[in-house]
Ligand binder design. Structure first.
Ligand code: ZN
Ligand code: ZN
Length: 353
């Protein structure tokens, strides 16, 4: 079958047309025919093999792709909750289910976490074999392509829940108008925020954010002042999400929040930086939180209900559909005019590849 494989700790990847399909399943495993897999910034890090990618400790060789949907074709022995024919989206964080955090119900931050497409073969392939626990059965009304966005959209839902704010009637500031920031814009609107502002350098992404009713501004030295004035009646924003991880983004956010507000860090900065704790955390009284992955399965159920009810329109985030052979183009698109780029195995590239 065709597959995108990372073979070793250097930049690049292999596009294979003769990747062997494993014939038999171990107990607890599920064979999924991939419908779509979306490409994300982590994949770009993996292709370039940046220090952030190296820190994941990949298990080479590994098929990439961790934002995946498909149809179950076969189940191994002892599989209980998934059946042949089920349409599933895959959770990319595979928890051990036995460590302290897993036993506390915090499997999204498992001590022995394995990641799909990094430590286990992922979904940039025609089919993949995953543990049953990776499968979330989609509601009938949710198209498979939309299911491929659940993993990343779930990051936004989890960040909202982590904030402790339900956003209704609140001023919401979002740094980064990528796919996660854009889902947060939709969530803020769905829950009735009074004001949503997105700080984003890319004009294409700003246009999308504006389409969903957000005001937008480019990052820069005046961004924090502009934001604070925009919510001057309450002294700043009530809640902020840094979905970018970009240098200076969190600092802008903290300056634009009101006293006693909450900031949630979602995007991964490439390096450590310093923060003025006295000013922001102590005197300003901010609550600073991080959000990693999705809670199992509260985030997924809430997301599925929001999508099924039409309050969240993830399909509008799909900007391109490419073949597996065009993976390199898909990665390049991430820094251009794109929101979510899907690799669709049934789409064939130039010359039928
Ligand atoms: Zn991702
Ligand atoms: Zn665990």
């Amino acid at each position: 079958m065709r597959a995108i494989v990372k073979t070793g700790p250097t930049a690049g990847f292999e596009y294979r047309t003769d990747q062997e399909e494993r014939a038999s399943l171990a107990p607890g495993e599920v064979r999924v025919i991939v419908a779509a897999a979306s490409v994300c910034g982590t994949d770009r890090e993996l292709v370039n093999y940046t220090p952030a990618a190296e820190a994941f400790g990949l298990a080479f060789p590994v098929t990439l792709g961790h934002e995946v949907s498909g149809t179950v074709a076969e189940v191994g022995a002892a599989v209980r909750n998934v059946r042949v024919g089920d349409r599933v989206a895959l959770e990319s964080h595979i928890a051990c289910e036995t460590c302290y955090h897993c036993r506390l119900g915090q499997g999204h931050n498992c001590l022995n976490m394995k990641l799909l497409g990094l430590h286990l073969d992922g979904g940039f392939a025609e089919q993949t074999i995953v543990p049953e626990q990776a499968c979330y059965v989609l509601p009938d009304s949710v198209p498979l392509e939309v299911g491929a966005l659940f993993e990343s959209a779930g990051v936004a839902v989890h960040a909202m829940l982590r904030s402790g704010h339900l956003l209704g009637g609140e001023s919401v500031l979002i740094a980064g108008g990528g796919p996660i920031g854009l889902v947060l814009v939709q969530l803020a609107q769905a829950f009735g925020a009074r004001q949503v502002v997105v700080v984003e350098p890319n004009p294409y992404r700003r246009t999308l954010a504006e389409k969903w009713g957000a005001k937008t501004i480019e990052p820069g030295p005046d961004a924090a002042d502009w934001c604070r004035q925009d919510s001057a009646d309450r002294g700043g924003f009530d809640v902020g999400f840094d979905c970018s991880g970009a240098p200076g983004a969190l600092d802008t956010l903290l300056h634009a929040l009101r006293r006693e507000a909450t900031a949630v860090c979602v995007g991964l900065p490439n390096q450590a930086y310093s923060l003025d704790i006295t000013r922001h955390v102590i005197k300003q009284g901010l609550t600073l939180k991080g959000s990693f992955g999705r809670s199992l399965w509260a985030t997924w159920d809430r997301l599925a209900a929001l999508v099924a009810s039409g309050r969240l329109d993830l399909s509008a985030l799909i900007s391109q559909r490419l073949s597996l052979a065009e993976f390199s183009d898909a990665v390049d698109l991430l820094s251009g005019d794109a929101a979510k780029v899907l690799l669709v195995p049934t789409v064939h590239g130039p010359f039928g590849t």
